[in-house]
Design a protein around this ligand. Structure first.
Ligand code: BGC
Length: 736
């Protein structure tokens, strides 16, 4: 039995460290016992009962279809239970960043975690675990027992509108982190999904874009992120994606669902569809177990139509039993039935905010700091704060993952449109005010604010102050991609003008992903704060004034130009209308995304292969202290090295080990990482275990790790590598 199969079958919740700090262990899930119970329950089900768990609705008042069932909680989904058999209804809510507001229907507030990318920039599985545990507890307190969390699509294109929800461009980093988040969610006796399975790399034409990719490339990249995430997190459910893969809808893909997920990986959970992603009843045969949000599909395929098929066709009948067994296995494994979630539980906003603030602090990345402009002295006399609604709140990303933090949004900037999805297309700011937090840090300073609409006025204020802090925002949403990587609304010109007026200009970025920085050489410092969540303002101020020494590292490459990308022009971006609902556009069959261009060389691997220099590479991040890595030794699949804080203040470093060559072939793959906290002048030995899949290639239906010479290097980031260390490793081949 291979490692992945042992974990997927849930014999023991063993989590291999793979170089990541060991996130807290969730309760051991006994999948075998859950499966046996599920099989016994299926035996007792009537034909009518067998299509109860397979069909879900959106329980939203005012939505088309029947009114929400009496025991539903307003959220993304509801699947009725079977009282006779003690099977609870499934009450589902989005998402990875907190319990979502569901287009304004929920007014009860929830902890808004920083964006997925912000959490991932911590490179710390414990951050993800604590975030998952917090939002899972809140979901439970609101009566939900399924959290539609676990977004782990790799960033194949930095313009992807959902980049802020996802984690990284690397399968190891993404898989480790999503696994920790899922463990956190499920520690509350609720089910988490992992999503969107798979290759959902762009929002443009998301419901019909057809992804072309060869199996080896998929297995070594996007699928590996899911595989590692499933092994670490043991999610009860996987949500299949909107897009097509090799000509089939992902939710109707025999290859993805039956062959890879359930076959090769031996995963025992259930596949739920994304909302409006089911093409027909045949999806059941191709591995889909549950149709979600039926109002968004052409028909309730997994209700009466499926029952009729099962009555006349033994293949469907067997499949229907398996569908029920899988859904029940997830319910029993998470203990959903024995630990019922009830609405009306209290939300501890202060506790949630502390978790969100810590995640934001750990994920903020210092990108530039000329002449040690940062940290600012708390004795500063005058500071001009400019732009980005810094007097109001902190930015968040939009779509199904949108959370209303305590008290609701501080400001909403409407972007027009009408209908049920219009509310989703608005910029929302959480109630955490950077300006206030800056004033609190420098109580004796004269702090002025200008909103940045008028450059002359902002420049004048910047000229009068010792320091100018420009907040620059880049907003993203589900359902549409970014047309390019610029900062919108003339912010590039604003920054350039302010920097020309004041050499001590600091730019604080709140972005949903990579952006270009044409003004970079002109400014003193750049802080990437992402979408920093419920206490983002406090976290930003803490970094600016040095109470927090930034230790975040980029989980994605910031390109210097879109011309460096595998697809300088995003597929369909010139003819598909941005449309949240994703309704098919004319000519939809012509929309293809060719992922064979880069294959498994996603992100920094593409840059390494092409010899391109990024604006800021994967793994990059500065600190208020300095670090040195040394003594890399690799023996078998174990790597060891030492990290030393060579500066004057305490700080966090992230050790990164890369494979850089194999039998003379140049390669680049992250094979291990660990975040450590070091007092000045101290060192720590770090050991990481290398997952052999990261040294291998997928070919002939399995993994092949050739025998021979492997070279590894310690990286400050993906472009700044130590002298390589070579070792001889024996070869092997294995199935998943
Ligand atoms: C999104 C999913 C989400 C679902 C339910 C879809 O539009 O793609 O991520 O979980 O809606 O709200």
């Amino acid at each position: 039995m291979t490692i992945s199969r042992i974990l997927a079958s849930g014999v023991a919740a063993v989590a291999l460290a793979h170089g990541a700090a060991q996130a807290q262990q969730a309760p051991v899930i006994d999948m075998k016992a859950a499966e046996a119970r599920a099989a016994a329950t299926v035996k007792q089900m009537t034909p009518d009962e067998k299509v109860v768990l397979t069909l879900g609705v959106m329980p939203l008042p005012g939505f088309p279809g029947a009114p929400p069932p009496a025991d539903a909680v307003p959220g993304a989904g509801y699947v009725p239970g079977i009282a006779r058999l003690g099977v609870p209804a499934l009450r589902e809510t989005d998402a990875s960043l907190g319990v979502s507001w569901v287009m304004g229907l929920r007014k009860d507030g929830a902890t808004a975690l920083p964006s997925g990318l912000a959490q991932a920039a911590s490179w710390n599985p414990d951050v993800l675990y604590r975030g998952g545990a917090t939002i899972g507890a809140e979901a439970r307190a609101k009566g939900f027992n399924v959290l539609l969390a676990g977004g782990v699509n790799l960033m194949r294109d930095p313009r992807n509108g959902r980049t802020f929800e996802y984690l990284a461009e690397d399968p190891l980093l993404s898989g480790e982190l999503v696994g920790a988040a899922i463990r956190g969610v499920q520690s509350n006796h609720i089910i988490s999904t992992i999503k969107h399975f798979a290759l959902n790399g762009q929002e443009t034409g998301r419901k019909y874009v057809d992804v072309k990719i060869a199996e080896p490339a998929a297995r070594e990249s996007d699928l590996l992120a899911f595989q590692i995430g499933i092994e670490r997190g043991q999610p009860g459910s996987a949500m299949c994606a909107y897009n097509r893969v090799l000509g089939h809808q992902a939710c109707d893909s025999d290859w993805l669902l039956n062959k890879v997920l359930k076959g090769s990986w031996g995963w025992k959970g259930f596949v739920m569809s994304d909302w409006g992603a089911v093409p027909g009843v045949s999806a059941a045969l191709n591995g889909l177990d549950q149709q979600s949000g039926v109002q968004l599909d052409p028909a309730p395929f997994f209700g009466d139509a499926l029952k009729a098929k099962a009555a006349s066709d033994p293949v469907y009948a067997a499949r229907l039993d398996d569908m029920n067994k899988r859904i029940l296995t997830a319910i029993y494994a998470a203990g959903v039935d024995k630990n019922p979630a009830q609405p009306g539980g209290a939300i501890d906003f202060a506790k949630g905010a502390a978790v969100a603030e810590d995640a934001a602090k750990q994920g903020i990345v210092l990108l530039r700091n000329t002449g040690n402009l940062l940290p600012l002295a708390k004795t500063a006399k005058s500071i001009a704060v400019i732009g980005g609604y810094a007097d109001t709140g902190v930015l968040s990303g939009a779509g199904s993952s949108q959370v209303h933090s305590e008290g609701g949004p501080a400001a909403v900037r409407s972007l027009g449109g009408d209908g049920p999805f219009a509310a989703l297309m608005s910029q929302q700011y959480h109630r955490s005010v950077p300006l206030k937090a800056i004033k609190a840090m420098a109580p004796n300073a004269v702090v002025t604010f200008r909103d940045g609409r008028y450059i002359t006025d902002a420049v004048e204020k910047a000229r009068q102050a010792e320091v100018a802090i420009v907040f620059a925002n880049e907003w993203r949403m589900e359902g549409a991609d970014q047309p390019d990587l610029s900062l919108p609304d003339g912010q590039d010109a604003l920054i350039a003008a302010v920097a020309a007026a004041n050499p001590n200009t600091i730019v604080v970025l709140q972005t949903g992903g990579p952006v270009l920085m044409p003004w970079l050489d002109k400014v003193g410092a750049v802080v990437e704060a992402w979408y920093p969540g419920a206490r983002g303002g406090e976290a930003i101020a803490s970094v600016l004034f040095g109470d927090t020494n930034p230790g975040g590292r980029l989980p994605v490459t910031f390109p210097a130009s879109v011309d460096q990308l595998p697809r300088p022009k995003l597929d369909g971006s010139d003819w598909v209308e941005p449309n949240f609902a994703g309704d098919p556009a004319p000519g939809k069959d012509q929309l293809h995304a060719d992922y064979d261009i880069e294959g498994s060389d996603v992100g920094y691997r593409w840059f390494a292969k092409k010899g391109q220099k990024a604006l800021f590479p994967f793994g990059y991040g500065l600190s208020y202290t300095t670090f040195a890595g040394s003594g890399l030794k690799v023996a078998g699949l174990k790597a060891g090295f030492t990290l030393t804080n060579t500066g004057k203040v305490a700080g966090d470093d992230v050790g990164q080990v890369y494979l850089v060559g194999r039998n003379g072939q140049k390669l680049q793959r992250l094979v291990g990482f660990q975040r450590v906290t070091l007092a000045p002048g101290t060192s720590q030995k770090v050991n990481v275990t290398i997952d052999p899949r990261l040294l291998a290639d997928w070919k002939d239906g399995g993994w092949t790790m050739p025998a021979g010479s492997y070279s590894f290097a310690l990286g400050r980031d993906a472009e700044t590598l130590s002298a390589p260390v070579s070792v001889k490793l024996s070869g092997k081949t294995w199935k998943d």
